[in-house]
Design a protein around this ligand. Structure first.
Ligand code: 04V
Length: 298
């Protein structure tokens, strides 16, 4: 079980609200670790195990990005409303509003990885460290790797996926069953799925506004506004001590993560051999040791 929150609430973000929770005590000596979830359009729930860092003195901030979870939902917004810049502004706003701008670390998982990298490129003086976990740097490269992983699925699965994608029948039982084959291999190898992951998974589809607008119906069929987006070639601007994390069986394959290692000076990369997209849930003890070791090095 993750430790109880020491505070919960929302901060104003323009006319909207961003929901957050804090575990531990902000400003008590160690930098706050801000957990930035993926999707976009997911929620903080599947990252809740990071709250245990507070037991070792690092306060942890979780938040739900605009459009889902405890933050303002906007199901009637045009797809073009949901932009990278919007979520960059929301993250900067949260950091300022919580009073942690002088001393914080970012932990960005999946989509949260490039979002945090973009934040780090602005060289905020209080950013002490950056963790980019299971993250794309280029969506075109992501899609190349998705094609390769799909082709390696058991016989018939890829054909089923293609047939329903051509028909747009993403909610058919047959498509969902084929999708689950991919997810059990490359998203979460723990079965049954941990409760925290299931919570975020269900939240995505309870309000798929953001996920569908920017990503698409699932992890491997990315047809949303991010499908051509890339920060490859800009990552050299990250000058923050950086830890890269990915799983050997991760949908964020080594090829997907490689640009971060190539471009961010001194970036350290840990690959979790028994994990896919969620090492913090698939190898929790090793994950905690690797992350704590990095935080202590800052
Ligand atoms: N869940 C996520 O954030 C991933 C990133 C690339 C496709 N979806």
């Amino acid at each position: 079980m993750s430790p109880e929150a020491s505070a919960k609430g929302t901060v104003p973000f323009g006319e909207y609200r961003t929901w957050y929770r804090v575990t531990g005590e902000l400003g008590a000596g160690r930098p706050a670790v801000v957990a930035v979830h993926g999707g976009p359009g997911s929620t903080h729930d599947y990252l809740l195990p990071l709250a245990r860092l507070a037991e070792d003195g690092w306060p942890v901030v979780h938040y739900d990005q605009l459009g889902n979870g405890g933050s303002t939902h906007l199901p009637h917004k045009e797809p073009g409303f949901w932009t990278v810049e919007l979520f960059e502004a929301e993250l900067a706003n949260l950091i300022q509003r919580l009073g942690i701008a002088d001393d914080y670390v970012l932990f960005g998982q999946s989509w949260g990885g490039p979002l945090c990298a973009r934040h780090a490129m602005t060289a905020p003086p209080g950013l002490r460290g950056l963790v980019v976990a299971n993250a794309p740097a280029s969506y075109p490269l992501w899609l190349e790797e998705m094609a390769r992983l799909r082709a390696a699925l058991p016989p018939g699965v890829e054909d089923t996926l293609r047939r329903h994608e051509a028909a747009g029948t993403y909610d058919s039982e047959e498509y969902l069953a084929a999708m689950r084959v991919f997810y059990d291999r490359h998203v979460c190898r723990v079965t049954p799925w941990p409760r925290d992951f299931l919570s975020s998974f269900m939240e995505i589809y309870n309000d798929p506004t953001v996920y569908y607008a920017m990503n698409g119906p699932n992890e491997f069929h990315v047809i949303g506004s991010l499908k051509d987006w890339s920060i490859v070639g800009d990552l050299h601007r990250v000058r923050t001590p950086t830890l890269l994390i990915s799983g050997r069986h991760d949908e964020a394959t080594p090829a997907v993560v490689q640009p971060y290692h190539d471009e961010i000076p001194g970036a350290r990369w840990e690959i979790f051999e028994e994990s896919s997209h969620l090492p913090h849930l698939e190898e929790p003890e090793r994950f905690r040791a690797v992350l704590t070791d990095f935080l202590k090095s800052l």
